[in-house]
Design a protein around this ligand. Structure first.
Ligand code: PHE
Length: 344
């Protein structure tokens, strides 16, 4: 009897040692059938019970049962520990290092001209102006003739023109044909519109001039519109665009489609009239051309000039952006170099 009890003890120790060596689920399964399975070694010892006496049987049976329970518990614990370790290994293999610094996103920005255009829209729409779209490809008639410049008129030389292979069809040299479209659409209603867009000039490209740039045209037509309205609207615009207290100056000028014609300057935003390279030491910056719509042009637009009057203006938002952000070369605007945006 003692012999069997000793065998059980030995088997138990051996089983425990072997269990500690089992490194994965597969090894545990083998271990289980070796010791606790139907043909296992502990199960085999149970069969010996039959050959024992009635006194011995319960004692030996108890020892074997205890060994069985202990081993079953041991294998369960081992199994759980292994499963945990396997899970841990899988987890650390897939781990994402959240402490790794992210790649910085380069944020987009609006083009300086777009920013300037939006400011212009906001200021004029608040004064009741609507935005009116008109074509970039125009006829000679709209770009010149209806603006009081018949063929051969010397003032046409003010706008170097891109012609197309289609006779009469040109790229507009200014946004001034737009008001003709607007007047012909709305006459005889009163009008307050701004007309933004690209214009094209057959000019040498330099730091100060591009062959394509933006203009914003403005037009107000109605009864009793005077030069005071023109000055009031444009001075208000200057104060909102460049800051309250801005001084404006109107100089006489000439455009065939306005009479009288003026150019508006503001005191230089950079030097406050002391004189600097941006204002070419004059203390003033030229901002726009303007004037009272010529009676002939009103008539072409469908308005009776004895009843109606109006004012018009045209400005270059690219140039305004150049001055505002202190950029010294207009060519940067179209070269797609993102360093431009570090300035604005
Ligand atoms: N179209 C003129 C230019 O391109 C500007 C202008 C617009 C002047 C409207 C007076 C009135 O120079």
């Amino acid at each position: 009897m003692n012999d069997i009890i000793q065998q059980v003890e030995q088997l138990r120790q051996e089983a425990e040692a072997s269990l500690a060596q089992a490194k994965n689920t597969e090894a545990i399964r083998t271990w289980h059938s070796d010791y606790l399975g139907r043909k296992g070694r502990l199960t085999a010892l149970l069969r010996v019970l039959g050959s024992l006496s009635n006194e011995e049987r319960p004692r030996v049976g108890k020892v074997i049962n205890e060994a069985k329970i202990a081993l079953e518990q041991a294998v369960q614990e081992r199994q759980e520990a292994l499963a945990r370790a396997e899970m841990e290994a899988a987890r650390s293999a897939e781990r994402v290092d959240v402490t790794l610094p992210g790649r910085p996103q380069t944020l987009g920005k609006l083009h300086p001209t777009s920013m300037t255009l939006r400011e212009i829209y906001a200021i004029f729409t608040a004064m009741g102006f609507q935005i009116y779209d008109s074509p970039e490809v125009e006829t000679d008639e709209y770009n010149f003739q209806l603006l009081n410049m018949p063929p051969g008129h010397p003032a046409r030389d003010m706008w170097d023109t891109f012609y197309t292979t289609t006779p009469e069809l040109i790229l507009r040299t200014h946004t001034s044909p737009g008001p003709i479209h607007a007047m012909r659409e709305y006459a005889p209603e009163p009008i307050r519109v701004i007309l933004p867009g690209k214009v094209y000039r057959y000019e040498q490209v330099t730091a100060r001039s591009e062959s394509m740039f933006y203009q914003v045209e403005g037009l107000a037509v109605g009864k009793h519109i005077t030069f005071c309205d023109l000055k009031g609207v444009l001075t208000n615009f200057a104060n909102q665009m460049y800051g309250e207290g801005r001084e404006t100056r109107f100089r006489k000028s000439y455009f065939p489609f306005t009479e009288p014609s003026v150019e508006m300057d503001i005191d230089c935003v950079l030097c406050n009239r002391k004189g600097c390279p941006v204002c070419k030491y004059t203390g003033w910056l030229e901002i726009l051309g303007a004037g009272m719509v010529h009676p002939t042009v009103l008539q072409y637009g469908g308005y009776d000039p004895s009843e109606f009057s109006g004012f018009a203006f045209g400005m270059g938002p690219d140039r305004i952006a150049l001055q505002k952000y202190g950029i010294d070369d207009i060519r940067y605007f179209f070269t797609n170099d993102a360093r431009l945006f570090e300035r604005v």
